[in-house]
Design a protein around this ligand. Structure first.
Ligand SMILES: *[C@@H]1O[C@H](CO)[C@@H](O)[C@H](O)[C@H]1NC(C)=O
Ligand SMILES: *[C@@H]1O[C@H](CO)[C@@H](O)[C@H](O)[C@H]1NC(C)=O
Ligand SMILES: *[C@@H]1O[C@H](CO)[C@@H](O)[C@H](O)[C@H]1NC(C)=O
Ligand SMILES: *[C@@H]1O[C@H](CO)[C@@H](O)[C@H](O)[C@H]1NC(C)=O
Ligand SMILES: *[C@@H]1O[C@H](CO)[C@@H](O)[C@H](O)[C@H]1NC(C)=O
Length: 555
C-alpha cells in the first residue's frame, strides 16, 4: 500500500510541473580542461596531469539525485578517460569511463559525461583509467550530500575538508608505463603525498592542510588515491569518529588511527577539543617492506605553538598488524537505523535472507607471458580491445571482439595466463557471492563498478563453503572496495540489478594495467529503457562499430 501511494506521488510529480522535476533533481555543470603542468608532490618537480590547472583536480560537491554534466577537454597528447569510482551509474555504464565501456577522448577533443548520482550519498573520487595516467594526477574528490529533507545521523560539521592521500612515484606516467610495457615492475613508490604535498616533522615552512577553530567539529573526507600501498592515518592528540564508509553510514566508533587501503574512502569527524596550537596529520604506509610516511599540519586558529615532534604511534605490522587491521575492518558496521539517500532506514534491505544464485571465486596471480610480467585472475590476464566491450555487445558483434566466460568461476592450477579481453556473463538480477582469495605475500584491494556490495567477511587462510557461517549477514557495510590480506580471503555479496558492462579490478594500478581485472557483463534481454538507457546519441564511436549502422534504441 505504501509503495502504491509513493508511485502515484511520483506520477503527479512528473505530470504537473516541469519545473518541479528540475527543482527536484538539479543539474550541476562543469567544464574541465585536462593539461600537463609541473607539480611536486614529494618536492621533486615533474610533469603532472592537471584539471583546470589544479592537482588534485576540482572537487565535485553535489547532493543525492543531482544530475552531473562534465565537459572534459583532453589537451594531453594521449587518449584520456575519467571514471567516477563508486558512483553506481544506474542503467548507465555508458558514462562509467572505463575502456571497456567507452571510447577514449582523443587528444584535442572533448566529451561530455552526463550522469545522475541516484540514491547515493558518500565520499568518492574520480581518476583517469587510461594508460597509467593516475600516476601523474587527474584525480579529485566527489562528495555526495544527503538531500536536505533527509536527516544525517550526526550534527552538521562546521566545515568539511577533503584529504586525498596515497603513495607517489617521482617518475611520471610515461616512464612508468614504458617500464610496464617492457615487461618489468614499476617497483616501490618514492613516498606518500597528502593533497599534492608532503612534509617532514619540524618543517617550519609547511603550509597547513587546514585550520580548526577550537570547539568546532570537522568532517574529514579521506581517500587513498595511491597506486599500491595501504595507508594508516591519524591526527596527533585527537580521536576520529568514523561516520561513513564508501556510501554507508556506519555505527559511530572512535579510533586513534585508521587503515585505508588503495581506492578506499571514508568520512571521519574530528572535534577541535585540544589546546589551540599546531597538530600533525600523519599518513604512513602499511605492510610495506620499505615503509614511507609523511605529515601535514592542522592549525588551530589563534593557536600558539608548533606541533609536537612526538608523533602518534602506528599500529603493529606483520601478523599482529594484520589481525589488528582485520579487527578494525569488522568494527565498521552499517547503522541499521539511519537513513541513506532515501528516507527509509538503510537496514530494511535484508541481504542476509537472499539465496545466493552464483559464487564467483577468484584468485590473483603474478606470472609471465612471453617473458613479460603479467597479472591475472583464474588463468586470464585482461587486455583492452580497440572496440569497447560494451559497444561490441550493444551492436551485436561481441563475437568479433571477445569471448564470454574465458575465465572460470574457480581459481585455476598453476600460474599460466591467457592474455585476452576478460568478460564474465553476469546474469541480470542474480544474487552473487564473490570470494577473493589471495595466495600471494602482498596485500590486495579490489573494486567493482556499477554496484555496492556487502563486505561480509575477511579471514586468514583459504575459503570453503563452511566459512559462510562466519559471514556478517546483518550489518556488513555496503561499499565498493575490499582489501584482501596476504594468504587470506574476503567475501562480498551483491544483486546484479544494474544492466551494463562493469569493471571489477585490482586497485593496484600496475596489476590492473597488466591484466588483473575483468568485466562483468550484465544484460537485460528486454532491451527496455526500464532496465538500461540506450546508447546516448552523442556517444563517440571507435573500433569496428564506427562503420556499423546504429542498433534500434531501447524502448
Ligand atoms: C557543497 O554542497 C552542500 C550541499 O549540496 C552545500 O551545503 C555546501 O555549501 C557545498 N559546499 C561548497 C564548498 O560548495
Ligand atoms: C565539446 O564542447 C562544446 C563546447 O562546449 C560542446 O558544444 C560540445 O557538445 C562538446 N562535445 C562533446 C562531444 O561533448
Ligand atoms: C545510528 O543512526 C541513528 C539515526 O540517525 C542515530 O540516532 C544513532 O546514534 C546512530 N547509531 C550509532 C551507534 O552510531
Ligand atoms: C532459498 O533456498 C531455500 C533452500 O533451497 C528455499 O527453501 C527457500 O524457499 C529459498 N528462498 C527464496 C526466497 O527463494
Ligand atoms: C548469459 O547468461 C544468461 C543466463 O544464463 C543466458 O541466457 C545468456 O544467453 C548468456 N549470454 C551469453 C552471451 O553467453
Amino acid at each position: 500500500m505504501v509503495f502504491y501511494t509513493k508511485m502515484i506521488f511520483a506520477v503527479l510529480f512528473l505530470c504537473f510541473s516541469a519545473t518541479c522535476v528540475i527543482a527536484g533533481d538539479p543539474t550541476l555543470e562543469f567544464e574541465w580542461k585536462v593539461t600537463y603542468g609541473t607539480i611536486a608532490p614529494l618536492g621533486v618537480p615533474q610533469q603532472g596531469i592537471l584539471i583546470n590547472g589544479q592537482f588534485p583536480g576540482p572537487a565535485i560537491n553535489c547532493t543525492s539525485n543531482n544530475n552531473i554534466v562534465v565537459n572534459v577537454f583532453n589537451q594531453l597528447d594521449e587518449p584520456f578517460l575519467l571514471t567516477w569510482a563508486g558512483i553506481q551509474q544506474r542503467k548507465n555504464s555508458w558514462q562509467d569511463g572505463t575502456p571497456g565501456a567507452m571510447c577514449p577522448i582523443l587528444p584535442g577533443k572533448n566529451y561530455t559525461y552526463r550522469f545522475q548520482v541516484k540514491d547515493q550519498i558518500g565520499t568518492y573520487f574520480y581518476f583517469p583509467t587510461t594508460a597509467l595516467h593516475r600516476a601523474s594526477g587527474g584525480i579529485g574528490m566527489l562528495k555526495v550530500h544527503s538531500r536536505p529533507l533527509i536527516p544525517i545521523p550526526y550534527d552538521n560539521p562546521a566545515e568539511e575538508y577533503p584529504v586525498l592521500l596515497g603513495d607517489w612515484y617521482n617518475k611520471g606516467h610515461k616512464t612508468l608505463k614504458s617500464i610496464l610495457d617492457s615487461g618489468r615492475s614499476i617497483g616501490r613508490p618514492d613516498g606518500i603525498q597528502i593533497n599534492g604535498q608532503s612534509s617532514k616533522v619540524g618543517d617550519a615552512n609547511a603550509k597547513p592542510l587546514f585550520t580548526f577553530e577550537a570547539g568546532n567539529t570537522y568532517k574529514l573526507r579521506v581517500c587513498n588515491v595511491g597506486l599500491r600501498l595501504s595507508v594508516n592515518f591519524r591526527v596527533q592528540g585527537h580521536t576520529m569518529k568514523v561516520v561513513e564508509v564508501e556510501g554507508s553510514h556506519t555505527v559511530q566508533n572512535l579510533y586513534d588511527s585508521l587503515d585505508l587501503h588503495v581506492g578506499q574512502c571514508m568520512s571521519v569527524l574530528v572535534t577541535a577539543d585540544q589546546t589551540p596550537k599546531d597538530y600533525y596529520f600523519v599518513a604512513s604506509s602499511r605492510f610495506a617492506q620499505h615503509p614511507h610516511s609523511t605529515v601535514a599540519v592542522i592549525r588551530y586558529a589563534n593557536g600558539n605553538g608548533a606541533a609536537s615532534p612526538e608523533l602518534p604511534p602506528p599500529p603493529p605490522e606483520n601478523t599482529k598488524g594484520i589481525a589488528w587491521s582485520i579487527s578494525q575492518f569488522r568494527s565498521f558496521r552499517w547503522n541499521l537505523t539511519s537513513n541513506a539517500a532515501r528516507p527509509n532506514p538503510q537496514g530494511s534491505y535484508k541481504y542476509g535472507k537472499i539465496n545466493i544464485t552464483r559464487t564467483i571465486k577468484i584468485a590473483n596471480s603474478r606470472s609471465s607471458s612471453n617473458g613479460k610480467l603479467r597479472f591475472g585472475i583464474n588463468g586470464v590476464s585482461h587486455v583492452d580491445a580497440e572496440t569497447p566491450l560494451k559497444l561490441a555487445e550493444y551492436y551485436g558483434v561481441a563475437d568479433k571482439v571477445f569471448t564470454y566466460n574465458l575465465m572460470k568461476d574457480e581459481p585455476q592450477e598453476g600460474d599460466k595466463v591467457e592474455v585476452a579481453p576478460n568478460v564474465v556473463n553476469g546474469t541480470y538480477r542474480n544474487f552473487v557471492e564473490i570470494i577473493f582469495e589471495n595466495h600471494e605475500k602482498t596485500i590486495q584491494t579490489w573494486h567493482l563498478d556499477g554496484f555496492s556490495f556487502f563486505a561480509v567477511a575477511i579471514e586468514p587462510g583459504r575459503w570453503s563453503p563452511e566459512k559462510r557461517k562466519n559471514y556478517n549477514l546483518l550489518d556488513a557495510v555496503s561499499r565498493n572496495t575490499i582489501q584482501v590480506y596476504p594468504n587470506s580471503w574476503a567475501a562480498v555479496m551483491t544483486t546484479l540489478d544494474n544492466a551494463g558492462m562493469w569493471n571489477l579490478r585490482s586497485e593496484m594500478r600496475e596489476r590492473a594495467y597488466l591484466g588483473q581485472q575483468f568485466y562483468l557483463s550484465v544484460v537485460s534481454e528486454a532491451r527496455s529503457l526500464r532496465d538500461e538507457y540506450s546508447l546516448p546519441e552523442t556517444q563517440e564511436l571507435c573500433g569496428i562499430v564506427k562503420s556499423l549502422p546504429k542498433p534500434a534504441p531501447y524502448t
